[in-house]
Design a protein around this ligand. Sequence first.
Ligand code: GTP
Length: 598
Amino acid sequence: SYRDRIRNFCIIAHIDHGKSTLADRLLELTGTLSERELKDQVLDSMDLERERGITIKSHAIRMKYRARDGEEYILNLIDTPGHVDFTYEVSRALKACEGAILVVDASQGIEAQTISNLYLALGHDLEIIPVLNKVDLPNARPDEVAQSIEELIGEPAEDILRISAKTGEGVPELLERIVQRIPPPKGDPEAPLRALVFDSVFDTYRGAVVYVRVFEGTLKTGERIRFMSNGREYVAEEIGILRLERQPVEMLRAGEVGYVIGSIKDIRSARVGDTITHAHRPASEPIPGFRQVKPMVFSGVFPTNPEQYEELRASLEKLQLNDASLTFTPETSAALGFGFRIGFLGLLHMEIVQERLEREFGLDIITTVPNVEYQVVLRSGEVITVDNPSEMPDAGKIAEIREPYVRADIITPTEYIGPLMQLCQDRRGVYRNQVYLDRTRVNLQYELPLAEIIFDFYDKLKSVSRGYASFDYEILDYRPSDLVRLDILINGEPVDALSTIVHRSKAYEVGRKLTQKLRELIPRQLFDVAIQAAIGSRVIARETIKALRKDVTAKCYGGDVTRKRKLLERQKEGKKRMKQVGRVEVPQEAFLAVLSVG
Ligand code: GTP
């Protein structure tokens, strides 16, 4: 059958282990594109992506490969995003494949995302082809790393391919192995249609371009299709395969990968994970596993200039066209005025959105400290969700607050186990297990509150391990915690945008440091300014900014501005951004001050 000569696969790897470079080599060796066309790595296209070197959006590409058995094969390479924020997208991309190439940098060894991606791939029963990459590097340790891969997945160390994606060494053998080891797709082309949406992008002229893997049935141009999660119907005006560009074809059969265009105006109608079927002969069940991705991290975003409010809304709507996981609702802050509360998949997603708002849309924005979403059980028995600290009900009304927990894998050389365990302890982590990957490297498994890792956990982890530890996580569940709302009052007035939710055991320390920090950040005024931290009506810390004396020239800002996070660094020019809170001028930095006291 035609299916015997199709191979659908993806490449999974820890960041920087060479996934994009390997994809380029495969495209080159199969003549899909020339060396000249390769001067940019083609699989990630967005500007921002390029800069960050992280594949954010997955795409697919089809290659033809004449194997040594003389047959011509169709290889569909499905690109997967590499970052924890996009786990669900990775999982859907994997679902579209029968096999995965697991790339491990032979100079670095197994890292956290090697493991998390491997688990995901095994969860989808994929055939795993491990490869050792960068064997051209003088500090490559292929034997040692091969040994730890053998221990991890059972592939005999001597069988593991050693390649250099950079020079091309070993890549022809990898192509052969793809054909030999990865099973061809199954599925009946006559059955009712079931096509998995593994990605979608928005095209200004054509609407949503939906990337699909057909599992059963055959989809033809002009047919009426239905999205099974929401019942919406469209005409498949164009269907095609993905070469370097879209290439229309008449039909896509079971086992094939391609795209569908059908005047779908709203990308949120074409969600990743959904199943497309025929309107006239629908499948009885969708492909399992569809879920709406839920934002996990929230932050308020306000225009510095109130007149830019409508512009901010329009920009967010534009961003949403291409980013179905971005959510926002209007928010009004007594301190910051009109703005939006935005939900993000994670911290990286948040940084990307904030950066795009500023760079692509030229907006001046003030952002508040990111927080997680809480489940709050009221004394009345009602359960509400709170994604904004200033909306946390008064303590007297609350029976219980629950917060999201994650399961974290931290991979580290053994000498950093101590400091890393200390770090997890400080962040209220619950120790679960430690697994040795080889003599020198260990996987520490912890359960941690998400709120404790969204600030600066990653940076701390990198600094205590001198950059050697890597980290990945997945959301586990919600658990009750002893949390309180910490309010900040300026001259007796609570400033809603400065409220945070903290663990009771840390409230005093955070309150003290935060008031101190604010005293440094808020410029002196012509009158004394009192800064207080309070839990409910109880003040737990207080600082005073003394009034400016007339003969003092306005040297306002405190010197100690240690910004460890990039997030803060980005706000450098934000110094001049001031918000009038009551009679007091408050700089943007003050709204992120809690980040530096954690
Ligand atoms: P993300 O997109 O960030 O996940 O990274 P990636 O896994 O796609 O890695 P990428 O292909 O961008 O490679 C990371 C770096 O390693 C680049 O500077 C590559 O040039 C380099 N690199 C990749 N493969 C090899 C190799 O075989 N040998 C050497 N020496 N360098 C390589």
